[in-house]
Write a protein that binds this ligand. Structure first.
Ligand code: FEO
Length: 396
């Protein structure tokens, strides 16, 4: 990424990873990503904010060279994960008088993960400030966005909030700012779903903590900068609220067509009741799309055949992931079939201990669906509609 001037003496010097398609060997990246880093030249001190992923070492160090940076005093490390901190050891080698500024917990993690010597780091307290001469940086503890050590920093004079993973989006784009708002919204929501959703209750507190800051720019460490901070702040307020949509998400697998026949019938039954429905065939779906759908759905209905007494392994994976991501879903049910028996329901129930859901009576049938089974699916659709109508948090 070319170096871009954000404000006088404040530069975006991170890198764009156009080709990356998987993060943490887990998260699909259909739109690539970026590793944003910022450089602030104060009258007395120069400060680097985060670094880049080691896979883009050459591009990142070239940016530092191109800016002709001869001296760095501070390297702020918001978060120890390697996509932001991984090149800090290289920067410390190149700038022997630079000192890492971070939280005590992050310091320990940087020592553990990157072997950065303790002598090269200084810890700050929540709301502590450092001066660059004419510019002041305030640190704000914000644990669990996305690891327990994470902090934010606020450049007071320029009203820029640097948020690292928080408010980020996995989006490789030449746009410095979030101008294509439709695309950025989709990528930021996917990012929230995959990275931030398990920490919703923490984010509620963090947003309260920054509410009195005057913010002109929100500069995350993935994706474009927000020059209209309300855009992303309002989106987050929506995602972290207790409100859910009149919607049913259906992750499913079918082996011989019985479950598929039921899902097709059930999808139509929900549409007839004006409920938004999002089926995901787990043999083909992008798991990030499923995560995104879970952000604000009222209900999840799992569809599965019986495999060796339990759900299909792809459904087990979806349940496991949903339980980890802790969406604010209110209701759950199961649609499925079996040949001679099984313990599908017991196994599913035992895997959703993180979810505060009410189970609506499932429809699990023997063999191919028959008229009584379709009537049972109508009953399930009616039950879901009634639960949605009787729940104040569901936006009808
Ligand atoms: Fe972008 Fe949690 O690292």
């Amino acid at each position: 990424m070319p170096i871009r001037l954000i404000k006088p003496d404040i530069y975006a010097i991170g890198t764009i990873d156009w080709d990356r398609r998987l993060f943490d060997e887990l998260i699909p990246l259909p739109d690539g990503t970026s590793y944003n880093s910022y450089l602030i030249k104060g009258k007395e001190k120069t400060c680097l904010i985060d670094s880049s992923d080691p896979r883009q070492e050459r591009e990142f160090l070239d940016n530092l060279k191109a800016l002709n940076i001869r001296h760095i005093d501070y390297i702020i490390s918001h978060h120890a994960e390697q996509d932001h901190s991984g090149l800090i050891p290289k920067v410390l080698d190149l700038y022997p008088s630079a000192n890492v500024i971070t939280s005590p917990k992050c310091k320990t993690m940087l020592m553990d993960l990157l072997l950065i010597p303790e002598s090269r780091m200084t810890t700050i307290e929540d709301r502590q400030t450092i001066s660059l001469g004419n510019k002041t940086i305030e640190f704000i503890y914000a644990p669990w966005v996305h690891w327990p050590e994470t902090i934010l920093s606020y450049l007071r004079e320029d009203k820029i909030l640097f948020t690292c993973d928080l408010f980020g989006s996995h989006l490789a784009t030449s746009d410095l700012y979030a101008t294509d708002t439709t695309k950025v919204y989709e990528c930021a929501k996917r990012y929230y779903a995959e990275i931030m959703m398990p920490f919703r209750s923490h984010i509620v507190k963090h947003l309260e903590k920054i509410t009195n800051l005057k913010i002109e720019l929100i500069a995350p460490s993935h994706g474009p900068i927000y020059n209209n901070p309300e855009f992303i702040l309002n989106a987050y307020q929506d995602w972290i609220s207790d409100k859910v949509k009149n919607e049913v998400v259906i992750p499913y697998v079918s082996m011989h067509g019985s479950t598929k026949k039921m899902i097709d019938y059930f999808v139509n039954a929900l549409i007839e009741r004006n409920i938004t429905v999002k089926p995901f065939n787990l043999t083909e779906t992008d798991i990030g799309e499923l995560a995104m759908a879970l952000v604000d759905t009222a209900t999840i209905v799992l569809g599965s055949p019986t495999v060796l007494m339990g759900p299909h392994p792809a459904v087990l994976y979806a349940i496991y992931l949903t339980n980890l991501l802790r969406p604010k879903v209110k209701f759950a049910s199961v649609i499925g079939s079996y040949g001679w028996g099984g313990k599908m329901l017991e196994m599913i129930s035992g895997m959703v201990n993180n979810l505060k859901v009410e189970l609506i009576e499932p429809v699990i049938i023997k063999g191919y669906p028959k008229p009584d089974d379709f009537r049972a699916l109508e009953r399930l659709a009616d039950d879901i509609l009634r639960h949605h109508q009787n729940t104040p948090e569901v936006i009808l």
